[in-house]
Design a protein. Structure first.
Length: 206
């Protein structure tokens, strides 16, 4: 059995978990916190980050992008949410990179609010907020005008990654996300989070 290490409040872990449900790859979870259980996480990943996926033979795969690469291979080319090659692959990975980066900035802002509440760097926070804003604008502009998914008729990893990132921004930094300015993203978010694979992985601490 695969073991997925981390908490469901991580947008990185969630995009992995949603993808595993979508591909029908079962897993058990080790609910470790990167702060509360830092020593245990460090034994699995020297970066002290989650998610970590432990394969049935004990191999450890970390960084969500590398885990998704492994899962795509397991799912096979017919079912893979990431096209195998060429311009189509690059387009999906480009959108995934911005969605993944949006998640990174959203998590960074949360950590900053928690750890530096008494001594915030306003200059740094301003920069992260700008990065979040620009990523949201980029994604809104890049999404297919007619939908229903980011790249039209076929759901891809872009939809899952972007929806997981939007969930985190909306949950942790509500005022950074004005849905009225992002109608295409709102439609993709609503459609993605209504899927069974998403509902199986609720955003929660733990
Ligand atoms: N690039 C990594 C980012 C993972 C990441 O930053 N996870 C957060 C939890 S949401 C974490 O472990 N943070 C601890 C830290 O950065 O020290 C990935 O995509 O897996």
């Amino acid at each position: 059995m695969h073991r997925l290490v981390g908490q469901y409040d991580s947008p990185f872990l969630r995009r992995v978990a949603v993808t595993m449900h979508y591909y029908g790859i079962p897993y058990e979870r080790d609910v470790l916190s990167v702060f509360g259980n830092a020593d245990q996480v460090a034994e699995l990943n020297p970066l002290i980050k989650v998610p970590v996926l432990i394969l049935p033979d004990g191999e450890k795969v970390f960084d969500s992008q590398m885990i998704l690469d492994y899962l795509d291979e397991e799912a096979g080319p017919e079912k893979s949410l990431t096209p195998a090659k060429g311009a189509e692959r690059r387009a999906v990975l480009r959108a995934v990179t911005i969605g993944w980066g949006l998640a990174e900035k959203s998590v960074a802002l949360s950590i900053d609010k928690n750890m530096h509440a008494n001594a915030p760097s306003l200059q740094w926070r301003h920069r992260v907020r700008l990065q979040i804003k620009l990523c949201l604008e980029w994604l809104e502009n890049a999404a297919d005008a007619d939908g229903p998914w980011f790249f039209g008729d076929k759901m891809t990893q872009a939809d899952i990654t972007v929806a997981a990132a939007l969930d985190h921004v909306g949950f942790r930094h509500e005022r950074e996300l004005d849905w009225d300015n992002h109608p295409k993203l709102k439609a993709i978010y609503d459609r993605a989070t209504a899927l069974d694979c998403f509902k199986a992985v609720p955003l929660m601490e733990g």
